[in-house]
Design a protein around this ligand. Structure first.
Ligand SMILES: Nc1ncnc2c1ncn2[C@@H]1O[C@H](COP(=O)(O)OP(=O)(O)OP(=O)(O)O)[C@@H](O)[C@H]1O
Ligand SMILES: [Mg+2]
Length: 303
């Protein structure tokens, strides 16, 4: 089943007293399968937040169709299945995490005992159990992000939309958030999140869509997009003097006491390894360098 389907979505904004029109989304098509993590990747201003707002019904598209678990988003019921973490969550400073979650639960008209039970579980899930009584104004960016995630989960949505959840987090915060998102996937939820942080995507997404200037430039399973073909081989070695190296007429770079040679084919790499060994060099590493999501992203941007 498709958790989200966006077909030919267009959105324009008008400004200067309706004189000027900016065409922001130019026919977006996105499919997110149930149970997967979908990474929505694109530079600033590409249209990520605008797309998400259309899905959430916060803004009205010019044209196009959006459905969540097969139901059109015009139907309010379909949106009850969605949890949302905005780009810059802002909460009332003087509440504690526990109070905020209780309050959100009440907005969804859940019974009090159920709210208490869910609040307890969610606070544990996002790792805030020992800080649940501290006022939110004392929370760091990473902690606010976790409270925001807990809040997005209170009505047990099957589909989560997270707008730049990793922005502003340090490496530890990123790792922790990644683990939480992966555990949500394990519990059967579908996750659609935007980011420019390619490394975070590579470590967790099933599929990615690259948006540039209001158009989806590439979309697919991560494993298909990141071709497993090797871009080049890198050989790191020591123990050969520079004169011999220069005489061999291969391009090399020096890093500390080591030398590095890049070769395009497996055959050339093998020959070079043989040559280094013959000349009594010491091979430290032979690494096939593969295409990364970053390479694909930059390739698309530069086209
Ligand atoms: N309400 C609005 N009125 C006019 N223009 C808008 C409005 N909202 C967004 N835009 C414009 O639409 C474009 C896309 O914005 P959007 O926020 O969707 O980008 P984004 O991909 O989320 O970028 P970022 O990575 O910076 O969050 C931008 O040029 C922005 O200025
Ligand atoms: Mg945005």
């Amino acid at each position: 089943m498709k958790a989200l389907e966006i077909k030919n979505l267009h959105k324009s904004f008008t400004s200067n007293f309706l004189i000027k029109q900016y065409h922001i989304l130019k026919g977006i098509n996105i499919t997110v399968e149930e149970g997967e993590i979908y990474g929505f990747l694109g530079p600033n201003g590409a249209g990520k937040t605008t797309t998400m707002k259309c899905v959430l019904g916060l803004i009205t598209p010019d044209s196009g169709e959006i459905s969540i678990f097969g139901q059109p988003t015009r139907n309010a019921e379909s949106r009850r299945k969605v949890g949302f973490l905005p780009e810059q969550p802002y909460f009332y400073d003087y509440l504690t995490a526990e109070e905020l979650l209780m309050f959100t639960g009440m907005l969804f008209s859940l019974p009090k005992t159920e709210i208490q039970e869910k609040t307890r579980k969610l606070i544990k899930l996002v790792g805030l159990a020992d800080r649940k009584d501290i006022k939110l104004k004392k929370y760091s960016k990473g902690l606010i992000q976790r409270v925001g995630l807990a809040q997005a989960l209170i009505h047990e949505p099957d589909f989560l939309i997270l707008d730049e959840p990793f922005s502003g987090l340090d490496p530890i915060g990123r790792k922790e958030l990644r683990d939480i998102i992966l555990s949500l996937k394990d519990s059967g939820k579908t996750i659609f999140f935007s980011s420019h942080i390619l490394q975070d995507m590579e470590m967790m997404v099933d599929r990615v869509g690259i948006i540039l200037n209001g158009r989806i430039k590439k979309q697919g399973r991560l494993s298909d997009l990141i071709s497993h073909s090797v871009r080049y081989y890198e050989i790191v070695f020591t123990g050969i003097d520079e004169q011999t190296l220069t005489g061999h007429q291969v391009k090399y770079v020096q890093r500390d006491k080591d030398y590095i040679i890049k070769l395009e084919t497996n055959d050339d790499a093998n020959k070079t390894v043989e040559w280094i060994t013959r000349n009594k060099g010491n091979i430290l590493a032979v690494t096939p360098i593969k295409m990364t999501l970053e390479d694909i992203f930059l390739e698309e941007i530069n086209q």
